[in-house]
Design a protein around this ligand. Structure first.
Ligand code: SF4
Length: 281
């Protein structure tokens, strides 16, 4: 079994359903692989929108070109998913939950979804916030939407800053999410440590900017050494909780029977492992 790492996504899956968490991160049977990254259509469109915004910030595309590219990518990806391309190539083809489970969605709804994503990307590109980030010189940039792994004092952590750059005073990291996202404190804690652990920033020079994607507003957070210690504890406690059901935490070994089913049928109805789950077989 691959070594354990912690991430905000892993923690969210753990809290959605323990058995889903087992299927996502531990089940080794090939049947589970294509289901791991299936997304329902709104999450799928939101992910492509976010990637489109990253691409705009990387430069080379103006608003018009970024919008046209997003629409094309959505069309191509939809087509590949409808042909179940994710079954043969789960690593390179995104899969839609609706295609795997043959859920009928009117064409007009797919079109609205794509139109909304494109309109949101355009709205983002026009914000002062996006213009300011797009103008950050390449030499100052540290990351734009890549997943990064770092060592948080003995704990491997995976995290994706939406944007990170050196400033005159230190390092600024940007995290995008919907307003009122309850997962923000943990992600903020991990991002602050990313700057310290990976880019060797002094704690008091780190700024984490949380932005209500796509059109703002944003809120900036700074950290004292005490805040950073509290952030370390928060992430380590979350990782400890996530490892608790493991049969052998040192080897990151898990047994299926140690991971309970959720009682919430609504969670099951949107679960990518619904067909494979022992609760429903
Ligand atoms: S179908 Fe329900 S119980 Fe089974 S893994 Fe998914 S969410 Fe958990």
């Amino acid at each position: 079994m691959a070594p354990f790492y912690w991430s905000p996504e892993r923690y969210a899956t753990f809290h959605a359903c323990l058995r889903r968490y087992y299927y996502r991160y531990y089940a080794e049977a090939p049947a589970f692989r294509p289901a791991r990254d299936l997304r329902p259509r709104t999450a799928w469109a939101d992910e492509w929108l976010r990637r489109g915004a990253h691409e705009f910030l990387r430069g080379g595309l103006d608003e018009e070109a970024a919008a046209a590219r997003l629409l094309q990518v959505l069309r191509d990806d939809f087509k590949a998913s409808r042909q179940h391309g994710y079954r043969a190539q789960p690593k390179t083809t995104d899969g839609l939950f609706e295609h795997e489970y043959a859920i009928s969605v009117p064409d007009a709804e797919w079109k609205d979804l794509a139109d909304r994503a494109v309109a949101d990307l355009r709205a983002f590109c026009r914000t002062d916030y996006a213009r300011a980030l797009a103008a950050v010189p390449a030499a100052a940039r540290l990351a734009v939407g890549e997943f990064l792994r770092f060592d948080l004092l003995g704990l491997p952590v995976d995290i994706r800053p939406d944007f990170a750059a050196r400033t005159t005073n230190g390092v600024a990291l940007h995290a995008w999410g919907p307003p009122g996202d309850g997962a923000r404190p943990l992600a903020r804690a991990a991002l602050a440590w990313l700057a310290v652990g990976l880019w060797k920033a002094a704690p008091e020079s780190v700024e984490v900017v949380e932005y209500d994607f796509p059109a703002g507003p944003s809120a900036a957070h700074r950290f004292t050494a005490e805040d950073l210690e509290a952030a370390r504890e928060l992430v380590h406690d979350a990782a400890y909780e996530t490892r608790y059901p493991l049969a052998d935490p040192d080897r990151n070994a898990a047994r299926e029977q140690d991971f309970d089913f959720t009682d919430d049928e609504a969670t099951c109805r949107a679960c990518p492992f619904l067909k494979l789950c022992a609760r429903w077989r």
